[in-house]
Design a protein around this ligand. Structure first.
Ligand SMILES: Nc1nc2c(c(=O)[nH]1)N[C@H]1C(S)=C(S)[C@@H](COP(=O)(O)OP(=O)(O)OC[C@H]3O[C@@H](n4cnc5c(=O)[nH]c(N)nc54)[C@H](O)[C@@H]3O)O[C@H]1N2
Ligand SMILES: Nc1nc2c(c(=O)[nH]1)N[C@H]1C(S)=C(S)[C@@H](COP(=O)(O)OP(=O)(O)OC[C@H]3O[C@@H](n4cnc5c(=O)[nH]c(N)nc54)[C@H](O)[C@@H]3O)O[C@H]1N2
Ligand code: SF4
Ligand SMILES: [Mo]
Length: 750
């Protein structure tokens, strides 16, 4: 579609800013967004919208957003042509790769890649071309523990049970605040509406959180929990289920291994032993267990507060153990598996059995932490750069990431990035991280790209497919992110800065077509891949691959095999999306474990329980425990440059309970000094009884105003970087995930 200047038209797009995947109705004037509204006809969001969605207008027109490649020499930046930019990347990276080998260039992939078709489809091409063992992403400051537990239990890392929130009678939610975050690993627009509906039909919401969050305020019951103790709390629930004869697994009973092992492991976690540790009394723990067991349909759901902690994998695992033992796994109103239109690791290949997941196949150079599904824990990144020796990282590629604000021990990482020989960033801002780059390659604006939530429709509460085409052409001098990534892949593969990205794209799609016809049980099994490629010939780039995935996916037309099936053409004709219905039971077909069973007590997890047991008797010193929080108008670190989102009352504050404030001598509106083993900062105090005594909270993603960044609005309200306090030595050993919640700190008046 081409926009001519001056014309006004209405277009529909999925919001790319968070996991909720809301439908937007945009009024465009020429290339500009005049108005953003919720799309009332969207099959999933029905008009729901949050303030960030509206801010797409300001994001598109932000004068600080980069629109041309930038090259840095010393402290000065210059705008260059795309050809010159890629030539500079080649001059910078190739000598490092030639002299020191592939591992000498690291890559970090940030969160927006998961919201972006180009990132989803072409990062892997770049990763493969680079061939470095030093691959990092935001996954190890986020959901890696859930991927490990789901992978071990069900056989693939994204086989994550999703609470069937629209049909459940009882939702037990831990460490999540969807009223602010709009949900995660549980794609659904409009949590407030869905929670209202749950309560209106007589259901109950229980929120377990060291803060009385907005979600907790809307709940029937809120339990304060000591940070980092969700695993013992959930174990005590499991203990109660066994002790009171409440285990009843329903239809999945014949598909479960390891129930006896779980019973044995839970013995030490009597509610009486756990209560003083987690701060929830034993009677409440037992009642909570009985309520989950007694509800006609219940689901346990946990998110980032339970992942970014010392026992992240154990907590993530126990969530699904409780779902399974109470008969709520894989049944309507319980926790179910999505079946995505583009297919996934648990829709292809032999049904009901697989090779399971593998990780820990190699270790990081300096600290020896295990590889997780191809990447290393990001807590290792700084040391891999600043520790000399064979295999030291000397060059870096970042794609849509801001690890200087988002990962632990960020003071050290900031210094490490400054010491690199060469760094290239694919990013839309010159921010705290990309200011260290030698070259920044900024992708096109969101209107000029297509959108399809490949990742989140795998984790959605209904089966949904919704495609947004580009609604304006690339502006002169703009380059699509897909092309940037392909060109970078050509450079690091040694093909040269001038090599044709289109030729590489052809290779990529040919490889995927080949795989599709070889996949057992696929709807194109045994066909000639050239026949598929010919049928796709009118498209290229992300759309061509997406069409292939849709047509060979579980609802696909199989290139003629089922003419009523899905294809990109079908989605193009449905601008408000296609609803493929509520989740359906999928066990045993969804399983990809070697045994073909749900592994309720996988060995690596069972072995980690001793560490948790030991923590029950650990003494406590006088430290406060630091947790994070999210605000509806933030998006991790990168939307603070939009005045419409940051104006108003200061949000980057330290929440302190009134009793603690009195004891520590800190006052509302005054400054406090917060010190951890790793760093310290001064932050404005907000006294509130919405936080548990003994716990303090600072949101992450702030700490702007650094020299060399170009964020004029953010610099005016910088806030502090809570991750200078996070300790890179604290991580969940099973997943390598960083501990970002429950960090011991000292607080005093500053
Ligand atoms: N203490 C603490 N730390 C945390 C968390 C926490 O709860 N507490 N949460 C963690 C979590 S869950 C996450 S996901 C991480 C996020 O960590 P990161 O992904 O490292 O950080 P973001 O703030 O999401 O930065 C995104 C970057 O992408 C750029 N960008 C935005 N859109 C695009 C685009 O379309 N293309 C490109 N190429 N670039 C784009 C932005 O300018 C920004 O530089 O933070 C983690 N850090
Ligand atoms: N507005 C907004 N939306 C976002 C983001 C954003 O930055 N802003 N980020 C997006 C991203 S990348 C993600 S991953 C998701 C995350 O989505 P959510 O998981 O919903 O994240 P939060 O809103 O941070 O909620 C986490 C809650 O865990 C609590 N908590 C902390 N420690 C513990 C603990 O030890 N135990 C328990 N039980 N609770 C604890 C915190 O107090 C907090 O209320 O949000 C996404 N959506
Ligand atoms: S909730 Fe998420 S997807 Fe919906 S409008 Fe807000 S940022 Fe966009
Ligand atoms: Mo995240």
């Amino acid at each position: 579609m081409t926009a001519t200047n001056g014309d006004t038209r209405t277009v529909y797009r999925t919001c790319p800013l968070c996991e909720a995947t809301c439908g937007l109705e945009l009024r465009l004037e020429g290339r500009d967004i005049a108005l953003v509204r919720g799309d009332r006809d969207d099959v999933f969001s029905h008009g729901f919208l949050c303030p960030k969605g509206t801010a797409l207008k300001q994001l598109e027109s932000d004068p600080d957003r980069l629109r041309r490649p930038q090259v840095r020499h010393g402290d000065s930046w210059r705008e260059v042509s795309w050809d010159d930019a890629f030539a500079e990347v080649e001059r910078g990276l190739m000598p490092i790769l030639d002299r020191h080998g592939r591992d000498a260039v690291a890559m970090y992939i940030g969160n927006p890649n998961v919201h972006n078709l180009a990132g989803q489809l072409y990062n892997r091409v770049l990763i493969q071309a680079l061939g470095s063992g030093n691959l990092y992403s935001a996954s190890t400051v986020d959901q890696m523990p859930k991927q490990v537990s789901a992978g071990l239990m069900f056989g693939t890392a994204l086989s994550i049970p999703i609470p069937d929130i629209d049909r459940t009678d009882h939702l037990l939610m831990l460490g999540a605040n969807p009223f602010a975050s709009n949900g995660s690993l549980m794609t659904a627009p409009d949590y407030p509406g869905r929670i209202r509906a749950l309560r209106a039909r007589g259901g109950k919401l229980v929120v377990v959180d060291p803060r009385r969050s907005k979600t907790a305020e809307a709940a029937d019951e809120h339990l304060f929990i000591r940070p980092g103790t969700d695993a013992p709390f959930l174990f005590a629930i499991v203990h109660t289920l066994f002790a009171n004869g409440l285990v009843s697994m329903g239809d999945v009973a014949g598909h479960v291994n390891g129930v006896d092992d779980v019973e044995r492991l839970a013995r030490r976690f009597d509610p009486d032993a756990v209560a003083p540790v987690c701060g929830i009394d034993a009677a409440t723990i037992r009642r909570t267990a009985r309520e989950v067991a007694a509800a006609p349909r219940a689901a346990v759901y946990a998110r980032i507060g339970t992942c970014t902690q010392e026992f992240g994998t154990l907590a993530s695992w126990l969530v699904d153990v409780v779902n399974c033992l109470t008969g709520n796994l894989d049944r309507a109103g319980g926790a179910m598996f999505t079946k995505p239109a583009t297919g996934s690791a648990n829709t292809g290949g032999t049904s009901g059995v697989g090779r399971g997941v593998r990780f820990g196949r190699r270790r990081s150079r300096v600290r020896g932490l295990p590889e997780m599904f191809g990447e290393l824990p990001v807590v290792c990144l700084a040391e891999e750069i600043d520790t000399p020796g064979d295999g030291q990282v000397r060059g870096m590629i970042t794609v849509a990431g801001n690890p200087v604000l988002s990962t632990p021990d960020s003071g050290r990482l900031d210094r490490a990035l400054a010491s690199l020989e060469f760094m290239v960033s694919v990013d839309i801002y010159k921010n705290e991280t990309t200011r260290h780059a030698n070259v920044i390659l900024p992708p096109e604006g969101v209107l000029a790209r297509s959108h399809y939530d490949l990742a989140f429709y795998q984790l959605s509460i209904r089966n949904i497919a919704n495609y947004s085409p580009p609604v304006v052409d690339l502006a002169p001098g703009e380059m699509a992110e897909s092309e940037i990534l392909l060109r970078l892949a050509n450079v690091v593969a040694g093909a040269g800065a001038a090599a044709d990205p289109g030729a590489l794209d052809d290779l990529v799609v040919a490889g995927l077509a080949q795989k599709a016809v070889q996949r057992a049980g696929s709807n194109v099994e045994g066909r000639d891949p050239d026949e598929l490629l010919a049928a796709l010939a009118s498209r290229n780039g992300p759309e061509r691959i997406l069409d292939l995935m849709l047509r060979t996916g579980p609802y696909g037309d199989g290139f003629g095999a089922d003419p009523s099936g899905l294809s990109l053409e079908v989605l193009e004709a449905a601008p408000h999306g296609v609803d493929l219905g509520p989740l359906q039971p999928r066990i045993p077909e969804v399983l990809r474990t070697p045994s073909g069973k749900i592994e309720l007590a996988p060995e690596p997890i069972a072995e980690d329980v001793a560490r948790l047991e030991a923590s029950l008797t650990r003494g406590r010193n006088g430290d406060m425990l630091l947790v994070g929080r999210r605000d509806l108008r933030s998006n991790n670190s990168w939307m603070h440059n939009l005045d419409i989102l940051v104006k108003g009352k200061e949000r980057c504050t330290l929440h302190v309970h009134p009793d603690d404030a009195a004891r520590l001598g800190v006052d509302e509106g005054g400054a406090a000094c917060v010190r951890s083993r790793r760093g310290q900062l001064a932050v404005t105090v907000e006294v509130t009884d919405a936080i548990m005594p003994g716990v303090v909270s600072i949101p992450h993603g702030w700490g702007h105003g650094m020299d060399g960044a170009d964020l004029s609005v953010a610099a005016g309200r910088p806030g502090v970087n809570s991750n200078v306090l996070a300790d890179g030595d604290l991580f969940d050993p099973l997943s390598g995930n960083a501990v970002l919640n429950g960090i011991p700190v000292r607080v005093e008046r500053s």
